[in-house]
Design a protein around this ligand. Sequence first.
Ligand code: 6PG
Length: 265
Amino acid sequence: MTGSNEPVVEVHDDPAAASRAAAEHLATALGEAVTIRGRADWTTTGGSTPVQIYRELTAQPLRDRVPWDRVHVWWGDDRFVPRDARLSNVLPLDQVLGAPIPGGDGGRLPLLPEAIHPIPMGDAIDAGTGPVGAARAYEAELRAAGLPVAPSGFPILDVVLIGVGTDGHLFSVFPDSALFDSTAWVAAVPAPSHVEPHVERVSLNPAIASAARLVLVVMHGEAKADIVATVLGPERDPRRWPAQVARRRGAVWILDRAAAARLPA
Ligand code: 6PG
């Protein structure tokens, strides 16, 4: 795309190629952050998008390119369910990046358990403090990490990986979200009725996607073609299409041909 505040848009042949490209961008960004700051802070996403990206990261050549023992993983959002529940956004990471390396001798990536930062849903469920309790605890954890803070007052993550729903949501920031008027870094989100699953969530503030060093938006499949064309189209209204927060310089939109089908040539 052209224009000073526009993202780079890449179109790949299929979801596999898009996932490979996303994993390469991620590996490069994590490596650069460690070189510059001594650690890398990555916010990952839920939904179906990240699984193949995780697989690419556990395979060569990327596996050896990432300084895993310096990587911190955060979540952009999660559902208010335990970590091992089918709907958890942490489960796919545990099952791929946290599992023994395929074809190996049982070894795992040297990710440090204390550098994996799931939103503490299990603790909040046990304590009965609900999504609000989980959001408060996560904000405290994020603040304690000592990340640089942007002039907007929000933390600067090295790389934020984002999937976008067909309604244009990113994280669990849905159209007309109250989070656009909030200075909270993390907030509880009521269960959406218009997208599945209909469960309460906890989400980062969309301003964190504005402040990040690099935003990677990954979308594939025909079902995303309309929203891709809208979000990257002529009208700008991030409250209506929250994914437009990620339509910025410093973002790379990684699409497959099916998702890009309705973009102008
Ligand atoms: C969630 C996600 C959400 C997701 C998009 C895209 O918890 O639902 O974090 O923002 O990334 O809905 O989902 P897919 O990757 O499944 O299309």
